[in-house]
Ligand binder design. Sequence first.
Ligand code: EPU
Length: 427
Amino acid sequence: MKLLIEGGRRLQGRVRISGAKNSALVLIAASAISGGEVILDNVPKISDVLTQLEIVRAIGGRASWTGENTLCLDWSGPLEGELPYVHAKKLRASNLFLGALAARQKRVKIPLPGGCNIGSRPMDLHLKGFHLLGYQVSMKHGFIEARAGKIEGNRIYLDFPSVGATENIMMAAAGTPGITVIENAAREPEIVDLAGFLNAMGGRVRGAGTDVIKIEGVSEFRGARFSVIPDRIEAGTYLIAAGISGGEVTVENVITRHLQPVIAKLQDVGLDVAAGEDRITVRRRGDLLPTDVKTLPYPGFPTDLQSPMMALLSLARGTSIIVENVFENRFQVADELKRMGAKIRVKGQTAVIEGVERLYGTQVRATDLRAGAALLLAGLAAGGVTEILQAELIARGYEKVVEKLGALGAAVRVAGDESGEPGAKSV
Ligand code: EPU
């Protein structure tokens, strides 16, 4: 799929932020633990979520949309303990069924997960956790298998605060007798959401949002209704869109404190930021200023907004430095931005961005979801038309992005759309 962007229009207006992709993906997997009916509200209808639902159905769960963003999941039937490779290879988050199915039936086999091409993404920390809980874990022929031996809560220290490892261990521990303590746990808002959801289903989880999470295992869970938190990365992307296009955009339905590290950087580049509890307005008042960015686990600057930030800094008056500390392969977008006129040098995990006067539209390729978002942002500011190839990667994580940008005044359309109207068709 191709996206065409006619650059040079200032974005203006308000946009409602969807539910968080990375929360919805883990809550869908975790709902299996209930053994009953779960209703999730504020679920974004994006392709990663649809893939996760294919997995739900393939292993014996039932899933249906009962409202635009309301999902009903029914786990009362018997389940397969093995995830099909064909679905799992499409999505890294398929690995989250490891913890969910372990909690539910103590035996699970998943293919080594696929996903965006942003780094090696090993599973060693997840497996260390399972081992310490008493699971026998084996990795053979591209599958990970975990079988409960004598399982019991334990103290698990993570060498790195991995989001996925924290989530998988939380889920498995929720159904493991005794107390599990995860140290150096990830502190992302999505972890707090998962803890809230596990507790709504009858789990006992405390401390989520800090680096020590305590889980008291229980033997019975129940169905629940729960609402997904707003997507801080989608919100950050629209705020950067305001800055790069020289306009004024208000994001609504956000949790402002989840965006503090992003707001601080937007202020550093000279943007006006006005924040209420659940809405943020960004306005450009003059030149963009250079700044330095280091990606870090939450509450540091999110790696998922690193590429969009690189697009923004390409147009700053001076030299900026970005250090990527989370994924080793997240600078591929630099080559594509350079095709649009950006001046970027990459050495290892550091990128030096010398701001230029303007970017030019040309043909570029999305190499991963957030790289695609960065190219879309660059296209909004570039002179002429930008054509993004492999734009379906953007649809993995941004709900109705063509409509939302169109409503803010951008000229973005899916190539091949007969009407030719900007914003006529969704990605
Ligand atoms: N890591 C290990 N060993 C492990 C697990 C992770 O070395 O066992 C390393 C990874 O290689 C990476 C770092 O730890 O260098 C961070 O990985 P983490 O496990 O925290 O990431 P993840 O759970 O695979 C989630 C999000 C990502 C987001 C990261 C970091 C989901 C479904 N995905 O991935 O989202 O970038 O956390 O915040 O929650 C995206 O939305 O575009 C995206 C990639």
